[in-house]
Write a protein that binds this ligand. Structure first.
Ligand code: GLN
Length: 253
């Protein structure tokens, strides 16, 4: 009789242990089923690539990123931060990638890796209609407004001297300074330039382009795995026309 009890309790214990393993296994499975997030850092002050619509960040970059995340089976999360904290944040692993109408250049390639390019950007000069700047030749010695750490800032400082460059937190703030006469021109990417000129009377864009550049997505140097995955998805979206479709939706050719 005693023996039977012993055997029974051993069997019971075994069932309990096996049951627990099964349950734990299930829990583990559930966890991996949850979608991983893809955290994208941007600066939502750059229409039509990224801007606010109510609480949401919308625009070309947000839409392309969403398609990339869908392809990778990930959940896209957009963090709106200052433009000059995107690269440091990506380097530190705070964000998985940076996508902000960001130009690929030598300096940035020292700190981050870039995806394939998905769009072309052009640096242009916004001036006051009838003001003192009629062409690129008139810029020397004038006060130039830029958004801090953008390529407009970098080129203007190189070409015209740091002392002539006034840095602002956003393109919008630089344009306000132009309107109030604190600066004589603003060097900025052409698409946001167009929307600022459309929204503010008395401003125009100089005909001659200042610089042509490529936009791409940046990643931490050590995160080549994600870079490869995103790049593969992006290339598919470029090849099947999805990227162009999004660009056309926001930019009237
Ligand atoms: N294309 C510019 C740069 O990369 C500006 C980008 C931006 O202001 N979001 O510096």
């Amino acid at each position: 009789m005693k023996k039977t009890v012993k055997i029974l309790s051993v069997v019971l214990a075994l069932i309990l242990v096996i049951g627990c393993f099964a349950a734990c296994g299930k829990k583990e499975e559930k966890k991996t089923e949850e979608k991983k997030t893809l955290v994208m850092a941007t600066n939502a002050e750059f229409p039509p690539y990224e801007y606010h619509e109510g609480d949401a960040v919308v625009g070309i970059d947000a839409e392309i990123a969403k398609l990339i995340a869908d392809k990778l089976g990930m959940e896209l999360k957009i963090e709106d931060v200052a433009f000059d904290s995107i690269i440091p944040g990506v380097q530190a692993g705070k964000y998985d990638m940076g996508m902000a109408g960001m130009t690929v250049n030598e300096e940035r390639l020292q700190s981050v890796n870039f995806s394939a390019s998905y769009a072309t950007g052009v640096q242009v000069v916004i001036v006051k209609e009838g003001g003192s700047i009629a062409s690129l030749d008139d810029i020397a010695g004038k006060k130039i407004g830029v958004q801090t750490s953008t390529t407009g800032d970098i080129y203007a400082s190189d070409d015209f001297g740091d002392e002539n460059v006034v840095k602002f937190d956003s393109g919008a703030a630089a344009v306000e300074a132009l309107k109030s006469g604190k600066v004589d021109c603003v060097i900025i990417d052409n698409e946001p330039a167009k929307s600022y000129v459309a929204a503010n009377e008395g401003l125009k864009i100089l005909e001659t382009e200042y610089a042509v550049e490529d936009y791409a997505i940046c990643f931490a140097k050590d995160n080549t795995e994600l870079k490869e995955k995103v790049n593969a998805a992006l290339k598919e979206l470029i090849a099947d026309g999805s990227v162009q479709k999004i660009i056309d939706k926001y930019i009237n050719a």
